[in-house]
Write a protein that binds this ligand. Structure first.
Ligand code: FPP
Length: 262
C-alpha cells in the first residue's frame, strides 16, 4: 500500500489521552503577509476548527487549547476585542459540530473576567454539551495562567485549613491537584507548542510534570491535521518513565561502547 507523501503513521494504541496546545505564531503569520495581526488570529481560528476535528477523529479524550493567557490582557485593546469576537464566532458556528460529535466544551481560567458577549455564548454551550455523553472534552484556556491556578488552589486549601476543615499535613500534591480545573480530565500527556519558540509560557504548569513536550516550527495558522498526527507519532515513539528506571535504550547494532576519558 502506498501512502500519500504527507501522511503520518499514528498507532491506534498508546494514544495520548490529554493533549494541550500552545497556539503560537498568529501575529508572525500576519506580519509575513504585511497584514494586521488580527488577520493572523482569524486564520488561527480556522486552524482551531480543523485541529478540533482532527483530534476527535484521532480519538483523543481531552484537548486543551491555550486561547488567551492572563498576560494577554496587556495587548492593545483592538487586538483583545478582535480575539473575543473571533471566539464568539467560533462558539456560535461550532455549536452543532460539537453536539453532533459528542464533544464537551469546557473553559478554564479567570472566566469572570471575560466580556459579556463571550459569556453569553460560552456559558449556555458549556451547559448544553455537558448533558451529552462526551467522547472528547475541548477545554479552552481563557484568561488562564498556570501560576495563578496554583496560587488559587493553595488559597482554597489555606482557607480550609484555617477553617479547621483539613489538617496542614493533608496539603499535598493530591489535595492541590484536586483544586485545579485544568486537571479535571487528567494530566496532559503531550504538550505541543507551535511557532518555533521553546517555552511553556505559564500553561498547565502543575499538570505538565511528566508531559512529553513537542515543539513545532510551523506557525499556528499553518498547523494542519498532519502536524498534529506527527506530534502524536513522536509521542508514541517515546518511552515515558515517570521518574522510574526504564528499559535501557538499545545500542545500534554496530555501536561500540563509548570510552570516557577524564
Ligand atoms: C498567539 O499568537 C495566539 C494567541 C494569543 C491567541 C490564540 C487565538 C486564536 C488561535 C484564535 C481564536 C481562538 C479560538 C479558540 C477560536 P501571537 O499573536 O502571540 O503570535 P506571534 O508570537 O507570532 O506574535
Amino acid at each position: 500500500m502506498t501512502l500519500p507523501e504527507n501522511s503520518v503513521l499514528v498507532e491506534a494504541r498508546n494514544l495520548p489521552s490529554h493533549v494541550g496546545i500552545i497556539m503560537d505564531g498568529n501575529g508572525r503569520w500576519a506580519q509575513q503577509r504585511g497584514a494586521p495581526r488580527v488577520d493572523g488570529h482569524r486564520e488561527g481560528s480556522k486552524a482551531v476548527r480543523r485541529i478540533v476535528r482532527a483530534a476527535r477523529r484521532l480519538g483523543l479524550r481531552a484537548l486543551t487549547l491555550y486561547a488567551f493567557s492572563e498576560q494577554n490582557w496587556e495587548r492593545p485593546e483592538g487586538e483583545i476585542d478582535a480575539l473575543w469576537t473571533l471566539l464568539r464566532e467560533f462558539l456560535m458556528s461550532e455549536r452543532d459540530e460539537l453536539l453532533d460529535n459528542k464533544i464537551r466544551l469546557n473553559a478554564i481560567g479567570n472566566i469572570g473576567r471575560l466580556p459579556g458577549l463571550v459569556r453569553a455564548v460560552l456559558d449556555p454551550l458549556r451547559r448544553e454539551t455537558e448533558e451529552e455523553k462526551a467522547e472528547m472534552t475541548l477545554t479552552l484556556a481563557l484568561s488562564y495562567g498556570g501560576r495563578e491556578e496554583i496560587a488559587q488552589a493553595a488559597q482554597k486549601l489555606a482557607r480550609d485549613v484555617a477553617a479547621g476543615k483539613m489538617r496542614p499535613e493533608d496539603v499535598n500534591h493530591e489535595s492541590l491537584r484536586a483544586q485545579m480545573p485544568s486537571l479535571e480530565f487528567g494530566d496532559p500527556d503531550l504538550i505541543i507548542r507551535t511557532g518555533g519558540e521553546r517555552r511553556i509560557s505559564n500553561f498547565l504548569l502543575y499538570g505538565l510534570a511528566y508531559a512529553e513536550l513537542y515543539f513545532a516550527d510551523v506557525l499556528w495558522p499553518d498547523f494542519e491535521s498532519t502536524d498534529l498526527y506527527a506530534a502524536v507519532a513522536s509521542y508514541q515513539a517515546r518511552e515515558r518513565r515517570f521518574g522510574r528506571v526504564g528499559k535501557p535504550a538499545p545500542l545500534l547494532p554496530d555501536a561500540k561502547p563509548l570510552r570516557l576519558v577524564g
